[in-house]
Design a protein around this ligand. Structure first.
Ligand SMILES: Nc1ncnc2c1ncn2[C@@H]1O[C@H](COP(=O)(O)OP(=O)(O)OP(=O)(O)O)[C@@H](O)[C@H]1O
Ligand SMILES: [Mg+2]
Length: 513
């Protein structure tokens, strides 16, 4: 008897259908062969399936069993094929009806007692089912809410293999998992740090507000304990709330990497990723033999926070340059190349020198000028050039720290940021007959800058003087215009005025590389 079961594999961030064929030849010695480029975890499937069927009082067919995973040239990884192989065995040995396998997708890992376990990548797999017109998706109970984010498919949450057999035989049908009611809006989760709790540092808070409003990259420099890490961590609380489309985009990446928190089928906060500086290059930008997204993709549509930026090492920092420019990262392998989205806001924090106190008003720095300069040169010019906002964080004095009054809350700041983003969205939507993919001011190229960042005569003379006296480069000039556009958007000004330019010029880097 031959049974065919549809299952799914995830390549990059996309699901691809895999057909599991199970053939049983009864008049032979018992054996099982698995073919079709399976990796070690898939080979172990046969052992798990055998034990699971046995412990569920189901019958493991006698004779020679051949399992083929097609297409043969696609590498199969992980334990998702446990369930389809088990179902194939049951159907081929006539324990369940064959016709129930049509138009259905089976995914899930089996435990030895026959219950089903969580698998990674459910969202792209359910999406594949919807795209291919597959009506029903059978999957582990815990993964049902994630699959139910996709409309137009029937999700059957399977607790165990024996429950599935009763369902397929119509003895005891498993009810379809109900879709989540309102998916129009993403619920916002609470944030751990609020801007209201940060004392003083008005200059930095303002810089972070501008960064959030225009999607600008930002670097904070300052002595130890100034609150740089604290402020960076509070940034997600003022970023615009996620739209459903963005949330699904992010969820796909987290689903494939197995990083969705249990009980959270849909990511409901902008990502904030803060990898340690000892991270490997593959961990940061993505990679591996079967390429997986790295931190920069996990930070997609959110923040990548690199604390102690110069410690990240030249190789890691240089590989960030291309994704910072293109907003995607492409990983090439002999089998072909894969792209992962990586549209993130880079936020860096650093001390100005190895001892940390260079430029501090109260504490003396013990580094020689050569050491300071070598430390700062760890950040290359091209990288610094891609950072629009550079700010210095002085230490807060006692009076400010002990002041019990609360500052402006994150909620108020966020509403301004959201209005500014909305203005940008509308402006770019009407540009290039709606074909523009720009979302924020930070994404503007020279063409858009010419179109949207016109300055008047007074602005011109300010910029001319700044360029001459501060030795600003052409890139710095464009950066200033983009920042000024965001600052104008924050107060709803149609035109860029001199005051906006003056503030934008303030955010230039203080040391030239
Ligand atoms: N402006 C501030 N308002 C309230 N608390 C602050 C402020 N600045 C610092 N703190 C307190 O000091 C602690 C240390 O701050 P943080 O870790 O952010 O410093 P840092 O600038 O990152 O220092 P380092 O350079 O050593 O990494 C914070 O956890 C917080 O409790
Ligand atoms: Mg810190």
């Amino acid at each position: 008897m031959l049974a065919k079961v549809i299952s799914c594999s995830v390549v990059g961030l996309e699901g691809t259908a895999v057909e599991v064929e199970v053939d049983i030849y009864a008049n032979s010695l018992p054996s099982i062969t698995l073919v079709g480029l399976p990796d070690a975890a898939v080979k172990e499937s046969t052992e798990r399936v055998r034990a699971a069927l046995f412990n569920s009082a189901l019958y493991y067919p006698r004779g020679r069993v051949t399992v083929n995973l097609a297409p043969a040239d696609l590498r199969k990884v992980g334990p998702v094929y446990d369930l389809p192989i088990a179902v194939g065995l049951l159907a081929a040995s006539e324990q369940t009806p064959l016709d129930r396998l049509e138009q259905a997708l089976f995914i899930g890992e089996l435990s030895l007692d026959g219950s089903l376990r969580h698998i990674d990548g459910v969202l792209p797999m359910a999406h594949m089912a919807q795209q291919q017109g597959i009506k029903t998706v059978y999957l582990p109970e815990v993964d049902a809410p994630e699959a139910a984010l996709i409309r137009g498919i029937e999700v059957i949450p399977v607790p165990s293999i024996s429950a599935l057999v009763s369902h397929l035989r119509d003895f005891d049908p498993i009810p379809v998992f109900e879709h989540r009611e309102s998916l129009d809006e993403v619920e916002d989760a609470p944030y751990s740090v609020d801007f209201a709790d940060i004392k003083g540092q008005e200059h930095i808070k303002r810089a972070l507000e501008v960064a959030a409003a225009g999607g600008h990259n930002c670097l904070m420099t300052g002595s130890p304990g100034a609150g740089k890490t604290l402020m960076a961590r509070s940034l997600p609380s003022i970023l615009p709330r996620l739209t459903l489309e963005e949330a699904l985009d992010i969820t796909r990446i987290y689903s494939v990497t197995g990083q969705l928190p249990p009980g959270t089928p849909l990511v409901n906060q902008r990502p904030f990723r803060a990898p340690h500086h000892t991270i490997s290059n593959a961990g940061l930008v993505g990679g591996g033999r079967l390429p997986r997204p790295g931190e920069i993709s996990l930070a997609h549509r959110g923040v990548l926070f690199l604390d102690e930026l110069p410690e990240f090492g030249p190789h890691n920092l240089e590989t960030l340059r291309q994704p910072l420019e293109d907003k995607v990262v492409t990983i090439s392998r002999a089998q072909g190349s894969l792209s992962f989205p990586a549209n993130f806001m880079l936020v860096g924090a650093m001390n100005p020198c190895p001892c940390g106190w260079y430029g501090d008003t109260q504490h003396e720095c013990s580094c020689s000028p050569a050491v300071v300069s070598r430390y700062q040169k760890r950040l290359s010019g091209p990288l610094l050039d891609r950072i629009d906002i550079h700010v210095e964080a002085p230490r807060v004095d006692f009076d400010k720290l002990s002041d019990a009054r609360r500052g402006e809350s994150s909620r108020e700041i966020r509403s301004r940021v959201e209005l500014a983003r909305e203005r940008q969205r509308r402006r770019f939507a009407s540009y290039a007959e709606g074909h523009s993919e720009l979302l924020t001011n930070a994404d503007m190229g020279p063409g858009e800058i010419r179109e949207f960042c016109a300055v008047d005569e007074a602005g011109h003379s300010l910029l001319r003087a700044a360029m001459r006296q501060l030795h600003m480069s052409a890139r710095a000039y464009h950066r200033t215009l983009k920042l000024a556009r965001t600052i104008a958007d924050l107060i709803g000004a149609e035109r860029i005025e001199t005051a906006h330019l003056a503030e934008a010029i303030q955010y230039r880097p203080r040391w030239q590389v």
